[in-house]
Each structure stands twice: as C-alpha cells, then as structure tokens.
Design a protein around this ligand. Structure first.
Ligand SMILES: [Zn+2]
Length: 70
C-alpha cells in the first residue's frame, strides 16, 4: 500500500478521520520524545509503556501520565 504520509499516524490510512489521526500523531510524538528526569535532571527519560517512564541516565523507573511524565 503506497502512502505519502510521513506522520506516525499514517499507518491508519484514511480510516478514523483526519482530526483523530492528527491527534494520534501529536500524542505519539509526545510520548516518544525524551523528557527531563526528576531525579537527575537530565533529558534522558523515555516512556516504557503508558504511565511508566524510565531514565537512561540514573536508571530510575517511575510512574507518570500515560503520554507525558508530568
Ligand atoms: Zn535520571
């Protein structure tokens, strides 16, 4: 299937409607980016899965919101 969409929500194709897909790609972008660690203050925190975050620098694992750590 050929698609020119580069956003992460492109995999949905034309399903679910434009607004929804825009929202999904926005959330996925947020959930994939690195965040500042509340323990060591380094930008090394990555989402493990919804609500769980892990710092690559100090190896702390903590819970936060589903798509952003705080
Ligand atoms: Zn840390």
């Amino acid at each position: 299937m050929a698609t020119s969409k580069s956003a992460s929500s492109g995999r949905f194709g034309v399903r679910y409607g434009r607004k929804i897909r825009e929202k999904v790609s926005e959330i996925e972008k947020k959930s994939r980016s690195l965040y500042k660690c509340p323990y060591c203050n380094k930008i090394k925190v990555k989402r493990v899965f919804a609500g769980v975050w892990h710092c690559k620098s100090c190896s702390n694992k903590f819970t936060g919101k589903a798509y952003t750590p705080y």
